[in-house]
Design a protein around this ligand. Sequence first.
Ligand SMILES: NC(=O)c1ccc[n+]([C@@H]2O[C@H](COP(=O)([O-])OP(=O)(O)OC[C@H]3O[C@@H](n4cnc5c(N)ncnc54)[C@H](OP(=O)(O)O)[C@@H]3O)[C@@H](O)[C@H]2O)c1
Length: 251
Amino acid sequence: MKFDLDGKICLVTGGSRGIGFEIARSLLAEKARVIICGRKADSLEKAKEALSAPENLMTVQAHIGKPEEVDRLFETIDKTYGRLDILINNVGMNLITPGIADLDPGLWQKIMDTNLGGTFLVSRKAAFMMRAQTRGKIVTISSVAATKASPGMGIYGIAKAGIEMMTKVLASELAPFNIQVNAVAPAMVRTKFSEPFWSNAELLAHITKTIPMGRIAEIEDVVKPVLFLASEGSSYITGQTLMVDGGSTAI
Ligand SMILES: NC(=O)c1ccc[n+]([C@@H]2O[C@H](COP(=O)([O-])OP(=O)(O)OC[C@H]3O[C@@H](n4cnc5c(N)ncnc54)[C@H](OP(=O)(O)O)[C@@H]3O)[C@@H](O)[C@H]2O)c1
């Protein structure tokens, strides 16, 4: 499947492993120029080695929840390429949380700061840059947890629901500037992030029962819809969240 992303400048937040890493790999296969960011230098280094595309890949150590680090990330992109064509807001973190009645406000803040606050900080800088270019694509990774209240993932789901509304708000603000903003909402994907769930056979059997397709997603199932929303094929689609969930929210 070709998406015509040759020469596009793409930022993938959290591209050092999991879904972000595979998105970066697929963008590089499309001959795009890719910037990945993450908090840990050693993970970025490993990703750089594994992706083995020295001319087309740049890694920047940056925590997306820290405004000064996001500013530095965008200064680097601006200095190196002078533009940004595609932003993939991939960073997301989850900690198993108790119900709201028993939740520590510090835990709430931590999840909100990265998932919602960090996505805002990065999207804000990208929107500013893309508006001046009158061109761009923003694709954000949400989750079915934004639609369905999932036990232990309540606060994560609230943050993801915020991201989906941010997608609509940005889409409407940026539509006059030829910028499309969309999200992809996967159900469980087989990554390190979700390993505690799929590595437990009993839990996995319980989860797959709720998915009409009878299996959890592999990373590739998510990457292709993301590339579609980053490509010209989706030029009249904006403000949408595409459920990539094997039918689990259809029932
Ligand atoms: N896996 C699933 O089942 C699933 C399902 C639905 C939605 N999603 C969503 O898909 C996205 C990717 O998930 P994943 O499973 O691939 O996650 P993952 O394997 O945990 O990878 C997360 C990536 O983000 C980076 N990262 C984390 N916090 C960061 C921060 N504050 N600043 C910069 N980079 C940060 C990590 O690198 P460092 O640790 O070095 O920072 C890593 O590269 C997330 O938004 C997640 O919510 C996942």
